[in-house]
Ligand binder design. Structure first.
Ligand code: PLP
Length: 394
C-alpha cells in the first residue's frame, strides 16, 4: 500500500542524524566530542525538581488539565512576559504546548490554507520548512549571507513576497547563526510585515540568551492586539528544560481558539507535571538562567578566539543563543579527499577526528557548519583543538 505523498516532501531532522551517528561511535568506545547539541548541557534547576516531586504525590496532578494548560501557568507566563518581553497578554490567549515545536505547528496549521507561502530566511532552523509543508503551506526561502551577518533586509523580503505570501517566520536570537537583530533592524521588518498584512510567527525561545547589547524587541510590542503577530516561546533553552516539553503560543483569540481545537485532537494538554515544572521555573526568576548565560558567554568568547587561529574560516561573531556558524567553504572543494560539501566535511571530521558538527545543509546552506557551545569547558577546548589541528595541518 502507498503512503502519503507528504513522505517525499519531508526530511527527518538533520540535527538528529549527526547526533545519532556520534552516539553510535561513542557506544563503540570512540572519544567523540559533540558540537551538535541544540540543548543546554546544564541540569534543570533543583527547585523545579523539588516542586515536581511534591506535585507528583498529589493525585489531582495525575489527571488531564484543560487543553490550553493550567490557568496558574498561563497567568505566570503572562506576568513574566510583560516583565521580560515588554508586552501584555491575556492569559486566556495563551496555549501551553508540547515544546516550542508544537507551538510552531499549531501556529502554522491555524493560519495556512493549502498553497499559502511562508517566508523563511536562510539559514533557517531545520524544522520551519518541514512544519510549513506538513501544514499544507509552501516555504519561500529568502537567502541571507555571511557579508550581511546573515540578516535579512526588507528589500530582500519584498523581492520574495508574492500574492500567496501569508507569513514570515522570525527568530532572533537565531538558531543556527546566533545572530541578534537590533531594535532598528527588527522594527523595519515588523513595519513591512504589518503594512503588507502578513503574519509574523515570532520564535522567541532564545530571548534570554543574549551576551552583548539588547535582545530584539518582540513584534507583539508593536501589535498589542496580536492582529498580525503570533509569539512562540518555551522553557527549553532558557531554563535547561528541553526534556520537559513545555512551550506556549500567544496570539489573538482566533489563533488561540484554532490552536486549542488542533491540540485538543492531537495531544490534549501538556503533561500535568511538566506544566508544574515550567511554573516553578518561571516563578523562580532568571538567576539560574543568568548563571548558565555567564558560562555560555565564557565559552562563546573562548570559541571565537579559537576560531581566529584556524586557517581559512570566516565567522560572523554571534551575540545570542549558543551557536556559531562558521563558513568552511574553503575546505569544500577537494582540498580534503572526498569532501565537496559541508555534509561530507562533517562526516570526515567525525570519522577521522571524532568531532561532531552539524552541516549547513541541515539549515538550508552548503559550505557552513553549526557549532553548538552547549558542552563542557573541557570538551569545548579539546574539540576545538582537534578541529584546528585537523585543518591547520592539512
Ligand atoms: C529556534 C528554535 N525554535 C524552537 C525550538 C523548539 O524547542 P522545544 O524544545 O521547546 O520544542 C528550537 C529547538 O531546538 C529552536 O532552536
Amino acid at each position: 500500500m502507498d503512503i502519503s505523498k507528504l513522505n517525499s516532501l519531508i526530511t527527518p531532522s538533520g540535527t538528529m542524524a549527526i547526533s545519532n551517528k556520534a552516539k553510535e561511535l561513542k557506544e563503540e568506545g570512540k572519544p567523540v566530542i559533540g558540537f551538535g547539541a541544540g540543548e543546554p548541557d546544564f541540569s534543570t534547576p533543583s527547585y523545579v525538581i523539588e516542586d515536581v516531586k511534591k506535585a507528583a504525590e498529589d493525585p489531582k496532578n495525575h489527571k488531564y488539565t484543560a487543553v490550553a494548560g493550567l490557568e496558574i501557568l498561563r497567568n505566570e507566563i503572562s506576568r513574566t512576559t510583560s516583565i521580560y518581553s515588554n508586552f501584555d497578554s491575556d492569559p486566556n490567549n495563551i496555549v501551553i504546548t508540547n515544546g516550542g515545536k508544537q507551538a510552531i505547528f499549531n501556529s502554522l496549521i491555524a493560519i495556512l490554507d493549502p498553497g499559502d507561502e511562508v517566508l523563511i530566511p536562510t539559514p533557517y532552523w531545520t524544522t520551519y520548512p518541514e512544519a510549513v509543508k506538513i501544514s499544507g503551506g509552501v516555504p519561500n526561502f529568502v537567502e541571507t549571507n555571511y557579508q550581511d551577518n546573515f540578516k535579512v533586509s526588507v528589500e530582500q523580503l519584498e523581492e520574495n513576497r508574492t500574492d500567496k505570501t501569508k507569513a514570515l517566520v522570525w527568530v532572533s536570537p537565531s538558531n543556527p547563526t546566533g545572530i541578534v537583530y537590533s531594535k532598528e533592524e527588527a522594527e523595519k521588518i515588523y513595519e513591512w510585515a504589518f503594512k503588507n498584512n502578513l503574519w509574523i510567527i515570532s520564535d522567541e525561545l532564545y530571548e534570554h540568551l543574549v551576551y552583548e547589547g539588547e535582545t530584539s524587541p518582540s513584534p507583539a510590542i508593536y501589535d498589542p492586539q496580536f492582529k498580525n503577530t503570533i509569539v512562540v516561546n518555551g522553557v527549553a533553552k532558557s531554563y535547561a528544560m528541553t526534556g520537559w516539553r513545555v512551550g506556549w503560543i500567544i496570539g489573538n483569540s482566533d489563533v488561540i481558539n484554532m490552536s486549542k481545537k488542533i491540540q485538543s485532537h492531537a495531544t490534549s494538554n501538556v503533561a500535568n507535571l511538566s506544566q508544574i515544572a515550567a511554573l516553578s521555573a518561571l516563578k523562580n526568576g532568571l538567576n539560574e538562567t543568568n548563571k548558565m548565560k555567564e558560562a555560555f558567554n565564557k565559552r562563546r568568547l573562548y570559541a571565537l578566539n579559537a576560531f581566529k587561529n584556524i586557517k581559512n574560516i570566516n565567522l560572523v561573531e554571534p551575540t545570542g543563543a549558543f551557536y556559531l556558524f562558521p563558513d568552511i567553504s574553503y575546505y569544500c572543494d577537494g582540498k580534503i579527499k572526498n569532501v565537496s560539501n559541508s555534509i561530507e566535511f562533517c562526516n570526515w571530521l567525525l570519522d577521522e577526528h571524532y568531532v561532531a558538527f552539524v552541516p549547513g545543509e541541515v539549515f538550508g546552506v552548503n559550505g557552513y557548519l553549526r557549532c553548538s557551545y552547549a558542552l563542557s569547558d573541557d570538551d569545548l577546548a579539546e574539540g576545538l583543538k582537534r578541529f584546528s589541528d585537523a585543518l591547520n595541518n592539512l
